[in-house]
Write a protein that binds this ligand. Sequence first.
Ligand code: TPP
Length: 334
Amino acid sequence: MKYSNEEMMAMYRTMVQGRLFDLELDRQNNQGKLSGMFHFSTNQEAIGTAVAHALKEDEPFMPSHRCRPLHLYRLDMRTFLAEQVGLKSGYSKGTASDFHLCMPEVGFVPNPSILGAGAPIACGYAFALKRKHPGKAMIQLMGDGTFNEGVVHEALNWAAIQQLPLVFLVENNGWAMNTDPRYYRASDNIADRARACGLDAVVVDGNDLMAMREVVDVALERARKESRPSLIEAETYRVKGHFNGDTGWYRDPEYHAEMMERYPDPIPRFEKVLIENGIATEEELKEITKTMKKEIRKMANEVYEESLDPANGVDIEEMLRPETMWANPMEGLQ
Ligand SMILES: Cc1ncc(C[n+]2csc(CCOP(=O)(O)OP(=O)(O)O)c2C)c(N)n1
């Protein structure tokens, strides 16, 4: 195995943590407890996990709204959950949820709510990295719908012209909210469109953690050593609705079943690798999951208790004051 047993187990924990966090949030939300707008990463956890472990601690990234393992790998889980459910104790005092996080001090480069608009910002960060911190790389995650925004293609072109140390990672999960890609893109191949802009591009099974980790490692090394941009198209499938309030009613059940089969759950797939290579036993993996589930439930119950007092909620007046600026987006570059 290319990675140490410790590294393999650490990746397993990161992936399982992402899944269990979303499951608990979904459970409590369905019970009318924790509320807010959540974008679940279910079935896409291998992507965020690969990025979390391939990046160096001091390398920045621009997250998408659907990379839970990466969120939790870099952040404190309780503070992140408080953010998700709109509590003052959250990272952005409850105003950002999982879409608008901005924490350059821990490497989170802000991703604006206008889809696609993040790509030129990522280019700007990568440009600054190249000048101020040669040898460091960064990565931007986005969905396939986002990739179709015109500005992303300007950014790809710019990244190639400037030879930026930047990796664009597209989580191609088959949907953009409730829109089937057949309605909005003429070409099915995202990687080819990046190649046309002069980038190295690769297509990978996004539900295979080992394959994912390898391509992310290669792309980051290319960015670090040669300052060359590239794009990874991670093929996967969004098994849940776009957000917690979306049942996915618009999907044909037969197509849904077919896609679930084509993109099998990345967690049991990785468990098989761990067991077959003698890295862990089935019992050990079950124990890890059981313990983590308990910890996450305890933490979520505490956050729910906190949410019962309206005084702990977002301070709308403070939020609307023009001088309110809780994070300096440039801090990460100093
Ligand atoms: C320019 C723009 N158009 C529409 C939206 C509303 N919107 C938010 S998320 C989303 C779907 C994004 O799809 P995709 O990029 O494929 O990511 P996924 O949610 O599938 O992970 C849309 C349409 C937006 N935020 N910005």
